[in-house]
Design a protein around this ligand. Structure first.
Ligand code: DLL
Length: 433
C-alpha cells in the first residue's frame, strides 16, 4: 500500500519542479522572517530571487548543529512563537540541547510523512502498534504515535522501559507492529524469550526501527529472533523527527519524503556535492515547514542516494543504510573504523549474541582497540580450546574488515549493558585525556 501515490510516485521531472517552487517559497519565508538567516544569506551574496529552480540550492549557505546551538533556543524560528504549538529537543554531546519548534502546519507534515512510513511497512487501520520509543522531548515516541493514529491504527503508547509490562501488553493487546530502537528490540526479543509465552500467541509481524545506525546483519538477527519483518525508519529532530524516510516491502533502501525534505550528499570536509551514488554527508533542506525551516542542514550522517525507481512502485529517492555519523567514526592508529563494521562481523557469527561494546584508549602513545562481545549460552560453556579458536576467528574477521587487529574479549551472555533507547556502544577514553 502507498499512502500518497501522487507524491510518492511522481515523475522525477515533476518532482524537481515542485521542489523548486517549494524551495523558493521557503527561502522567501526564511529571508523575511529570520534575521540570522537573512544576514547569513547576505554575507553569502545570495537573495531569494536567485533561487529559480531546485538546481539553485547549491547557492545557499549550509546550516550546522552549531548554528542551532548558537541561536538556542528560538533564534532560527521563521514563525512567531505564538504560532509554535510544540517543541522537541535532541540532547547534544555537550551543553545545551538543540530545540526544534513546530507549528500546527508542521505537525500536519509530520503526520503525513509518518503515515507514509507506517503504510509502507504494511500497517493499517486494522493494526495495533506498540510504540516503545521514549515519549517526551525525544521525537521518537510522539512521532511514531502521530503516524499510527494518522493511518487509523491503534496505538499502545508504551514509551520505553518496564520491559515485563511491554511483553504483557504486546501479548494481551495483540500488537502487530513494534516501534522502537533496534537495540531495544533486541532487549525485548530476549524478554519475550524469557517470558516463556509461546511465540504463536503473539501477533507481532512488523518492526519500525530507527533512531540509531543498524546494519543489514542486525536486521537478519532481529527478524529471526522476533519472527517479524524489520523496517528502517529514519529521521532527526532538526528536520521533523521519525518520518523523514522509511523502507518499503522491498527492504532495499530508505525512501525519503523528498517533497518535504530535499536531500543532497556532500563531501564531509569540503562541502562540495559528491558524484551521483557516492557516499558522503547527508544534507537536508526542509521545503514546506513554517516553524523552523532549515536550509542545507548538515546531518553528519553518512550515506548515498539512489534515484532509480523502486520495485514497490515508488519513485521517491532512496538512501542507503546510514553507515554512521561523521562524529562516530573512530580513528584508531590512523585507520577509520565505524562501529557498524564491527556490528556486521559480530552478527554474521552464529556463536555470538549481537551485543558488543568497543573500548578505545591510548596507552604509551599507542591506540588500543578492544571489542567485548557476548558469546551465546551454548557456546560459552564449551571447552576453552573452542573459545580460543572462536576468538581467533573473530579477530581475523575484524582484521579483514577494519584493517586493525583488536583485542577481542569474549564475555558472558547478558553481561553487556542493554539499552532501552539509543544504544551506547563505544567508550573512547582518549577523548578525556
Ligand atoms: O532519532 C528521530 C527518530 C526517532 C528516528 C525514532 C527514527 C525513529 P534525533 O534524536 O535527533 O532524532 O537523532 C537523529 O539519529 O541524525 C542519525 O544519526 C540517527 N538515526 C535516526 N534514524 C536512524 C536510522 C531521532 N534509521 C540521528 N538509521 C540521525 C541510522 C538513524 N541512524
Amino acid at each position: 500500500m502507498i499512502w500518497n501515490e501522487t507524491m510518492e510516485c511522481m515523475s522525477r521531472e515533476d518532482m524537481r519542479k515542485l521542489q523548486g517552487i517549494r524551495l523558493r517559497n521557503t527561502v522567501d519565508r526564511i529571508y523575511h522572517n529570520c534575521e540570522p538567516y537573512r544576514k547569513r544569506m547576505q554575507e553569502h551574496g545570495v537573495a531569494p530571487d536567485d533561487i529559480r529552480s531546485i538546481d539553485d540550492i547549491v547557492k545557499l549557505p549550509f546550516t550546522s548543529k552549531k548554528d542551532l546551538r548558537d541561536y538556542y533556543p528560538f533564534g532560527l524560528l521563521s514563525s512567531p512563537l505564538s504560532e509554535i504549538v510544540r517543541v522537541h529537543a535532541s540532547s547534544g554531546t555537550t551543553g545545551k540541547p538543540i530545540v526544534a519548534g513546530y507549528t500546527r502546519n508542521d505537525l500536519g507534515i509530520w503526520g503525513e510523512a509518518g503515515a507514509r512510513c507506517f503504510t509502507a511497512f504494511g500497517l493499517g487501520k486494522q493494526d495495533v502498534v506498540q510504540v516503545s520509543y521514549g515519549y517526551g522531548l525525544f521525537t521518537g515516541g510522539l512521532g511514531a504515535h502521530g503516524a499510527v493514529e494518522n493511518i487509523g491504527g491503534t496505538v499502545i503508547p508504551m514509551s520505553s522501559g518496564n520491559t515485563e509490562k511491554q511483553i504483557m501488553l504486546m501479548h494481551d493487546l495483540g500488537a502487530v507492529g513494534l516501534a522502537c530502537t533496534p537495540s531495544y528490540a533486541l532487549y525485548l526479543a530476549d524478554a519475550l524469550h524469557d517470558s516463556h509465552i509461546p511465540r504463536e500467541e503473539f501477533q507481532l509481524k512488523v518492526g519500525a526501527f530507527g533512531a540509531e545506525p543498524w546494519t543489514e546483519a542486525m536486521r537478519k538477527e532481529l527478524e529471526a529472533k522476533l519472527g517479524i519483518k524489520a523496517y528502517d525508519l529514519y529521521g532527526l529532530t532538526e528536520i521533523i523527527g521519525p518520518g523523514v524516510g522509511h523502507e518499503c516491502q522491498c527492504q532495499n533502501g530508505t525512501h525519503l519524503c523528498e517533497d518535504h525534505f530535499y536531500p543532497e550528499i556532500v563531501h564531509p570536509e569540503t562541502g562540495q556535492p559528491v558524484a551521483p551514488g557516492e557516499t558522503g554527508e547527508l544534507v537536508f533542506s526542509t521545503i514546506t515547514k513554517d516553524g523552523m525551516p532549515l536550509l542545507r542542514f548538515r546531518t553528519r550522517d553518512l550515506t548515498y542516494l539512489n534515484y532509480e525507481k523502486c520495485a514497490c512502485g515508488r519513485t521517491s529517492v532512496r538512501m542507503g543504510r546510514i553507515l554512521g555519523r561523521c562524529d562516530d567514526m573512530l580513528i584508531i592508529r590512523g585507520v577509520n573504523v565505524f562501529p557498524s563494521q564491527v556490528e556486521a562481523v559480530i552478527c554474521e557469527m552464529p556463536e555470538l549474541e549481537p551485543h558488543y561494546f568497543i573500548v578505545v584508549d591510548r596507552v604509551n602513545n599507542l591506540d588500543t582497540f578492544e571489542v567485548q562481545v557476548e558469546v551465546k549460552e551454548d557456546f560459552y560453556s564449551d571447552e576453552v580450546s573452542k573459545l580460543l579458536d572462536l576468538r581467533k576467528r573473530i579477530v581475523h574477521r575484524l582484521q579483514s574488515v577494519t584493517g586493525l587487529s583488536p583485542d577481542v574479549k569474549l564475555v558472558e551472555p547478558r553481561s553487556i549493558e542493554r539499552s532501552q533507547g539509543k544504544a551506547k556502544r563505544v567508550n573512547d577514553k582518549r577523548k578525556f585525556q
